[in-house]
Write a protein that binds this ligand. Structure first.
Ligand code: K1U
Ligand code: ZN
Length: 170
């Protein structure tokens, strides 16, 4: 297994729209293992393939307290969105150190293939529902800061570009 490099905002590659996974083969199985390892190592609750510069519809998630309930979503599609919305604090492994409020549906249903090739529908609520929406946005090339005002987004962009430059100087 291997730790993968996570793209950082404002890398333009984060805006690539992912294509469907063609087949659950050895390459995808190895990628799933590497993505899970990378997500756990970064203390994240989710990771989309887009974030590691792979532009295929693949997501890993684990919102469990004990970090022992990995969820693998291959070619996920949201099939139902509840009416209720809630504004909650979000973070992103591609936008380190930035947290802000985003309004999302509190309940969604998502249809996806799992790591064994079984097609399942998951009914999600709470943090899992929010995380699914956040990760599926990544697959569409959307980063959560795009829900914020242009002023906030530009401040975040400037801050992260400066942080990257400072790291390169060290
Ligand atoms: O996609 C990602 O970059 C992962 C991201 C997922 C996410 C966090 C919070 C709300 C929606 C989606 C993270 O895991 S950020 C780091 C994190 O562990 C976290 C941050 C805030 C709340 C809960 C967890
Ligand atoms: Zn993210």
């Amino acid at each position: 297994m291997a730790l993968l490099t996570i793209l950082r905002y404002p890398d333009p590659k984060l805006h690539t729209v992912a294509k469907p996974v063609a087949a659950l083969d050895a390459r995808i199985s190895a990628l799933i293992a590497d993505m899970l390892e990378t997500m756990y190592d970064a203390s994240g609750i989710g990771l989309a393939a887009t974030q590691i510069d792979v532009h295929e519809r693949l997501v890993v998630i684990d919102t469990s307290e004990d970090r022992d309930q990995p969820l693998v979503l291959i070619n996920p599609e949201i099939t139902w969105v509840g009416d209720e919305r809630v504004k909650g604090e979000e973070g992103c492994l591609s936008v380190p150190g930035i947290y802000d409020g985003v309004e999302r549906a509190t309940q969604v249903k998502v249809k996806a293939m799992d790591a064994k090739g079984q097609v399942r529908t998951i009914e999600a609520e709470g943090l899992l529902a929010v995380c699914i929406q956040h990760e599926l946005d990544h697959l569409m090339g959307k980063v959560f800061v795009e829900y914020l005002s242009p002023l906030k987004r530009n401040r975040i962009k400037t801050k992260l570009i400066k942080a990257l430059r400072d790291e390169e100087d060290d």
